[in-house]
Design a protein around this ligand. Structure first.
Ligand code: GLN
Length: 553
């Protein structure tokens, strides 16, 4: 590598103050975006302070979406935000939890890595954290490594991560900065924006030995000069580093808003980096994309049939985040405004009349899922949209169920099912993968599904092939079950096409009905949503949206 190409090796930590859920992940992704737009290489890490080794073993209503990386890690949805904002593939090393860090310290201890030393919580745990951050930075050859620490400062569980920040900063004072994303309430009875909770949060951070360089002030409204100066004075931060981050219509506005506040230049200044000369606005394409999120007036209406939203709509949106964003990108790119409606699969079990409601939508999507709850409702939906020629897109479980519906209603295989639900079924058209049997028998559930990117080959002339415009694809997976090969020939003779298969031909990756039978009836065993990016919508989602637009009355 040429000398002037050497990465700058700067670190930006993003922590939260006052409360969680104020958009730290999007803030971190947006900081990455504006630095990337200035011509720098950026990578991003997420730290989750819980004990779970990954997000894969948590219920989506607990945790939100499990985002799967190319190399098969089951991570937090913020990793998805980073991939989408930065248009990069992020790997395992960029995600850590308390459980993961402790696990590797203990494993290292067991193999004499520490050469007989007494291994202690401090410094060995923070050392492990720093090692991981450095490896991620090195792998990405990053100029800027952004590290988001989940939770809120003051929580006991994030102390060791803050200690790692402090240690790294002590060793590299010029290369490490910290940003606090904080919340400024405007109590309705008071009618005024209050800065005190943020002042306290900064003091709490100070007591961990960290003095933040920036405050990103989340509030319903913009921050005025009076409050900026007040915070600057009380928090030891220069006033130009107090950034206003008011609520926005779309998360994609945030990088642009940060730039209105001059954030990237302020970061470069703080880290002593001379700004690169650029002859083109690095955010030009992003700005065009943001325009589309607002200017499309014609709609496309999609119903999403799910079940992970017992605690309200808010959680549903979280559980299927990547699917929702993927739908949006394809709608924007096709000149439409997406109108997405969540429907509970269980409602279609008890009330068959409800199926009629599906006619109000241009397309129907069933995303991934697990277990038996809501399954018969989903099967009713699939039967209805197949017969009524409403465009249907099934993802993972949504594809397996599509095959089960076809087996039951076209092949007349009574009780056809997946082993996941009914192991005693006479017709297990979806069965456990050979490689998964031992995991299930021994109860090895953590991180053991078929995970990450695998290649597939597409059949020429199929809807899938036309959408991708190529024969070979690679997509990310997360499943234990697969279409049973013993039924493939019968299903194909009855009209279903397996248009995507693994290179060896033994695993069905895509099922579809020919266009002359149905405008769009397609399911994918993989999760295409993980590869959809704002500026590069996913071909299968786009093809589904196009079919849905055609279906409009
Ligand atoms: N439950 C199914 C399986 O394990 C589908 C998984 C999913 O939809 N992600 O194969």
């Amino acid at each position: 590598m040429k000398k002037d190409n050497k990465p700058l090796n700067k670190y930006i930590f993003v922590v939260g103050g006052v409360m969680s859920s104020v958009g730290k992940g999007i803030a971190a992704a947006s900081v990455g975006k504006i630095l990337q737009a200035k011509g720098y290489r950026v990578t991003a890490l997420k730290i989750d302070p819980y004990i779970n080794v990954d997000a894969g073993t948590m219920n989506p209503t607990e945790h939100g979406e499990v985002f799967v990386t190319k190399d098969g890690d089951e991570t937090d949805q913020d990793i998805g935000n980073y991939e989408r904002f930065l248009d990069i593939d992020i790997t395992k090393i960029n995600y850590m939890t308390t459980g993961r860090v402790y696990l590797s310290v203990i494993e290292k201890e067991r193999s004499m890595y520490y050469k007989g030393k007494c291994v202690e919580v401090v410094p060995h745990v923070p050392f492990e954290i720093i090692d991981r951050i450095n490896t991620a930075a090195k792998n990405a050859q990053a100029d800027f490594t952004i590290v988001e620490i989940g939770g809120t400062v003051g929580e006991y569980q994030s102390m060791l991560f803050l200690e790692a920040v402090r240690m790294l900063k002590t060793k590299n004072p010029k290369d490490v900065i910290t940003m606090m994303v904080s919340y400024l309430p405007i109590p309705s009875k008071v009618g005024e924006m209050k800065t005190k909770p943020t002042q306290y949060a900064v003091r709490t951070l100070n007591s961990a030995g960290i003095f933040p360089n920036f405050l990103l002030c989340r509030a319903e409204r913009s921050l005025d000069e009076v409050r900026k100066e007040k915070l600057a004075l009380s928090c030891n931060i220069s006033v130009e580093n107090i950034i206003s981050a008011p609520d926005v219509d779309s998360i994609y506005d945030i990088p642009l808003n940060f730039e209105k506040e001059g954030l990237s230049s302020a970061i470069l200044k703080e880290l002593g980096v001379k700004e690169k000369k650029q002859n083109k606005d690095g955010l030009l394409e992003w700005k065009n994309f943001v325009k589309k999120t607002k200017s499309n007036t014609k709609q496309v209406k999609i119903a999403i049939i799910g079940k992970y939203f017992e605690t309200g709509d808010f959680v549903l949106a979280d559980s299927y985040l990547s699917v929702i964003e993927a739908l949006k990108y394809s709608a924007y790119a096709t000149g439409r405004h997406p109108v997405l409606t969540w429907m509970n699969a269980l409602d279609f079990e008890s009330n068959p009349k409800k199926l009629e409601d599906l006619k109000k939508y241009d397309g129907v999507l069933i995303p991934g899922g697990f277990g038996s709850r809501g399954i018969e409702g989903k099967l009713n939906v699939i039967e209805y949209v197949r017969k009524n020629k409403i465009p249907y897109f099934g993802i993972c479980y949504g594809m397996q169920l599509m095959v089960i519906e076809y087996a039951r209603n076209i092949l007349k295989l009574e009780g056809a099912n997946t082993r996941e639900i009914d192991p005693k079924s006479k017709h297990l058209v979806v069965d456990v993968m050979e490689s998964q049997k031992e995991n299930i028998e021994k109860g090895k559930y953590g991180g053991s599904m078929r995970l990450g990117a695998y290649d597939a080959k597409l059949k020429k002339g199929s809807i899938a092939y036309t959408a991708y415009g190529q024969e070979n694809i690679s997509e990310r997976h997360r499943h234990r079950y697969e279409v049973n090969n013993e039924y493939v020939e019968r299903l194909e003779n009855a009209g279903l096409i397996f248009s995507g298969k693994s290179p060896s031909g033994d695993l069905c990756e895509i099922a579809e009905l020919p266009k002359k039978e149905h405008p769009f009836f397609l399911g994918a065993q993989f999760h295409p949503e993980f590869l959809a990016r704002p500026l590069r919508p996913h071909p299968l989602f786009t093809s589904f949206i196009q079919a849905s637009i055609k279906n409009q009355k």
